[in-house]
Design a protein around this ligand. Structure first.
Ligand code: FAD
Length: 321
């Protein structure tokens, strides 16, 4: 059986989540199966240099395309599958993956399971654990093959990046389909990191909606200063205008991996975990003992974040003596 791992990247460079998808696909492979990385972009050199954990790479190349939009990506992948066959397609839960996974499942008429955290293979079916309600409920599903799985970033550790020999790479020219695509990227706006680069921060104090209001963020700022940490926020905090967008952690914010990540009043939705789940040490403070953030936290306190901030700040105050 062929198991496709959908990989992502831009300007010929691959994203780290690609190696996670290869690891997920590899975990499902049995003797005689092929794990095939699928990449679409302007050049395949970076993919070829890193995707050695896959058996093969199918690279759909449009040299002028900085980004291959999801519709074109899905169509190319489905064409490959129609020609060569497949049993499982693993797609990252990303902005692009959301469109790719649904499009591939609809075109092939295969079932799709989203927010996948764990996968086991049992003959011709899969046992899958998928998240519902922002990770508050875990659903055990039995999925007949063939199937498409949209896997949460962070659910699988990255496969080791090793080179793939040229004889294991198939290249397809997709310049024409990209040029003919009805959707076309117009420009790419990259954030200006001159204010803060959370990716480089060794310590982060992140506030979630549990902080309650903008004024209370100053208390978290004081705590962050005492810890030598940067302040960050979940999406609702940023959407409310309480912190600037550059300080948002998660799927549509920054992906961080500090030595210390303190989450205050953050529930731990999959989109948030995607941005910080690989931090070295996670400390979660939440009044709800069932908050999903505790599933990834190394230390947790089920208490009011204001009480904890106040008592911690008091203890961290430099003494006068
Ligand atoms: C495509 C997409 C992209 C997204 N991108 C992002 C992203 O980049 N980053 C992101 O964060 N989210 C993102 N989201 C939103 C995400 O799904 C969640 O809605 C969001 O993370 C929830 O933020 P929160 O944890 O701050 O709020 P909530 O889920 O409302 O959680 C607040 C928590 O605070 C706790 N709490 C309340 N009061 C207190 C108190 N006094 N003391 C202690 N605990 C308290 C509550 O128990 C609760 O668990 C995205 C969603 C989508 C669909």
């Amino acid at each position: 059986m062929k198991i496709y791992a959908c990989t992502e990247g831009r300007s010929g460079q691959v994203d780290a989540v690609s190696l996670e998808m290869i690891a997920a696909a590899r975990s499902l492979a049995r003797d005689g199966d092929d794990v095939i990385a699928f990449f679409a972009g302007s050049a395949a050199a970076d993919a070829a240099g890193k995707f050695g954990a896959a058996d093969r790479l199918v690279a759909a190349i449009a040299p002028e395309a900085d980004i291959v939009v999801a519709g074109t990506y899905a169509r190319q992948l489905c064409d490959v599958i129609a020609a060569k066959g497949a049993g499982i397609v693993v797609v990252p839960y990303s902005a692009n993956g959301l469109d790719v996974a649904s499009s591939v499942a609809a075109r092939l008429d295969w079932p799709l399971v989203s927010y996948v955290e764990k996968i086991g293979r049992d003959g011709q079916s899969l046992s899958v654990v998928g998240q519902l309600y922002g990770g508050k409920v875990l659903a055990d599903c039995s999925v007949p093959l063939p199937a498409v799985l949209m896997v949460n970033p962070g659910a699988f550790a990255e496969a080791t990046a090793t080179p793939l020999s040229p004889d294991r790479i198939d290249t397809i020219d997709i310049a024409e389909p990209v040029a003919a695509s009805r959707a076309r990227p117009i420009s790419i706006d990259l954030p200006d990191f001159s204010d803060v680069d959370l990716k480089a921060a060794e310590r982060i104090v992140c506030v979630g909606r549990g902080i309650g209001d903008e004024a209370s963020i100053d208390l978290a700022r004081d705590l962050a200063a005492l810890l030598g940490a940067e302040i960050a926020g979940s999406r609702p905090v940023v959407d409310n205008g309480w912190l600037p967008k550059l300080r948002q952690v998660g799927k549509s914010g920054q992906k961080v991996k500090p030595q210390l990540y303190m989450a205050l009043g953050v529930s731990g939705a999959p989109e948030h975990l995607e941005g910080m789940g690989q931090s070295d040490m996670i400390i979660a403070v939440n009044t709800d003992p069932k908050a999903p953030i505790f599933n990834v936290a190394h230390y947790g306190a089920t208490c009011d974040l204001f009480e904890l901030m106040s008592s911690l700040s008091e203890r961290l105050q430099p003494s006068d003596t």
